[in-house]
Design a protein around this ligand. Structure first.
Ligand code: FES
Length: 255
C-alpha cells in the first residue's frame, strides 16, 4: 500500500518544529509501524537527508520507549504500543500524522523523541522497596493472597511509556504514578514505606509539571497495557491516609 505521512520534524528542543510530508510506498501490511518508519528513513539516508529520529528498544511492547502520537492517538490504537501496531490497520491511500508526545513535562529532544526522564525522577523519589540484601529468599516465604497478587501484577504491567500523559488534556501522570504506588502498596514488601512513598512520588509528580486528574479517562483509553483508572482511586486513598497519619503523628509529638 502507498501512504502519505505527515511527520513532526524538529532539530532540537530550542528549534521550531513543523510537519513535513513524506510518501511511503510499497508498505507491506505485515510491517510494524516502526519498520515502516525504518524503510522511510533508509530512503531519506539514501538521498542524503536527515532520518526521522524516533525512540525504540525492545520492539515487543515491553520497554515503553516507542512514544509517538499516530493520527492523534497515543501509539495509534487502543491496547498497543507503536512497535506492535501493524500496517494492516491502515488502508492504501491513507494519510497518517505522526507527532511526538504532547506535554510540557516531556520536552522534545528531536523529531519524535521526547525527554521522559521526569518519570525516572518520580520513580527515584519512591518507586522502590528497601530490603537488606543477602541470600535469595525462598519463593514461598511470604505468602500473598491471590487477589492481591493479581492486583499487583495488573499495576506492574505499566511500562512507563507516557501515553497516559500525552493523551490527557491536563498532561496528568496520575495513571502512571498510581500504577507504581498501587503495585507496591498492595504487596507486603511495599507496606513499610507506603506512606512516605505516596507522599514523595506525588510531590515529585507535581514538581515535574504534570497536571492533575479530572477523570476524563483518556489515559485508560490509550494505555497500551490497559491500566485501570481504579488505581488512581487507590492512590488518592493512599495519599489521603498518609496525610492524615502524618498530621496525627505531628500532633502527638507536639510539632
Ligand atoms: S519499542 Fe519497546 S515498547 Fe515499543
Amino acid at each position: 500500500m502507498n501512504l502519505t505521512l505527515k511527520i513532526w520534524r524538529q532539530k532540537n528542543t530550542a528549534a521550531e518544529g513543523k510537519m513535513v510530508t513524506y510518501q511511503a510506498n510499497d508498505v507491506l501490511e505485515d510491517m510494524s509501524f516502526l519498520e515502516m518508519l525504518d524503510v522511510v528513513n533508509e530512503g531519506l539516508i539514501a538521498k542524503g537527508e536527515d532520518p526521522i529520529a524516533f525512540d525504540s528498544d525492545c520492539r515487543e511492547g515491553i520497554c515503553g520507549t516507542c512514544s509517538m502520537m499516530i493520527s492523534g492517538v497515543a501509539h495509534g490504537a487502543k491496547g498497543t504500543t507503536a512497535c506492535q501496531l501493524h500496517m494492516r490497520k491502515f488502508k492504501d491511500g491513507d494519510t497518517i500524522t505522526v507527532e511526538p508526545w504532547r506535554a510540557k513535562a516531556f520536552p522534545i529532544l528531536k523529531d519524535l523523541v521526547t525527554d521522559r526522564s521526569a518519570f525516572d525522577r518520580i520513580i527515584q523519589s519512591g518507586g522502590f522497596i528497601s530490603v537488606n540484601t543477602g541470600g535469595t529468599p525462598d519463593g514461598n516465604a511470604l505468602p500473598i493472597g491471590k487477589l492481591d497478587a493479581d492486583k499487583a501484577m495488573d499495576a506492574a504491567a505499566c511500562i512507563g511509556c507516557g501515553a497516559c500523559v500525552a493523551a490527557c488534556k491536563n498532561a496528568s501522570a496520575m495513571l502512571f504514578v498510581s500504577a507504581k504506588v498501587s503495585h507496591l502498596a498492595t504487596l507486603p514488601q511495599g507496606k513499610p514505606e507506603r506512606d512516605r512513598r505516596v507522599l514523595s512520588m506525588v510531590k515529585t509528580m507535581d514538581a515535574e509539571g504534570f497536571g492533575n486528574c479530572t477523570v476524563t479517562g483518556s489515559c485508560e483509553a490509550v494505555c497500551p497495557k490497559e491500566i485501570s483508572l481504579d488505581f488512581i482511586a487507590q492512590m488518592n486513598r493512599e495519599y489521603g491516609n498518609a496525610i492524615l497519619k502524618n498530621r496525627a503523628e505531628r500532633k502527638s509529638s507536639g510539632d
